[in-house]
Ligand binder design. Sequence first.
Ligand code: ZN
Length: 328
Amino acid sequence: MGLSQVSASVLLDKSNPYQKFQFIGLINTSSNDNFVTDSGASGTAYATGYRTKNRMISVDENGNELMNIFDVAQKKKKSTGVVVTSSITNATPATFLAHNGSRKEEFAIAEQICRSNTDVLIGAGTDFFLPKNLGGKREDNLNYLDSMSSKGYTIIKDTSKINELSKHKKVFGVFSNVSLPWANKRKFSLGDLTNQAIQILSKDKDGFVLMVEGSQIDWAADKNDKNYLFGELKDFNSAIKTSLEFAERNKNTLVVVLADHDTGSLGLSNQNKDTGEIDVVWATKLHTANFVGIFSYGPSAQIFSGFQKNYEVGRKLQNLIDPLKKWK
Ligand SMILES: [Zn+2]
């Protein structure tokens, strides 16, 4: 979600939530081996406070596990959660939930997620948790949804039961095999899912860390598909609104909105006189090294203003939970 995607969000959605942010900064999203990052390396920078090579998931260049923000939060007895519109095993959520030399190892990542002790998991991904005879794609015949049930998770697969997610303390809402439908083809928003997650996590008096991703903003840009993109941006706005509404009431919650990288180097080239819509041009279908925005609200929001590297943002986030943590 580069700055032009954010610009489109602001121009197209009159009720967009961006003007509520108190501080704005810019992020250099580069990885250790390229100006242009993938989601594994940039997610690792945010989740762990260290840069790594592209395609790696919260491990250093030598494959050593890096402690991520959920590990730090759990040590401080805080609850943790992830809400995404991709598979929960996809690169970005995986950097918060697992450690692996390759983002492609989604079956191994599923097994790690089962052991991660994360309180709230919402997204897609039954393919990676279920064996073939139960509709999944696992070849080892293991059923990790069963394992998670026995660890105390309630598994919810039926999208008509989204409002029931918040009745449970530990929950895995897994609503599709590899990804949720496009935003404009489903009856619930990312904001609805985020609201359920916040209701569960905010019961913890020790606090919580929640990572929400509008995962398909990137995929729409990968396809250079404007209508898909604008639908996903609007859906992501619903999650920002829900989060800010909670933070406004709660007064002790920091909300940070950022992107792991830009995709497409979108140009907003013209307002179409007939339709009022934005005409766009795309420079590429790939990720780019364009800097992305960071928007913050709440306690300590000011530390995210100005110019930062992605791993510095990760360090600031962890140091808010553990001010004594030192960095190599
Ligand atoms: Zn990404």
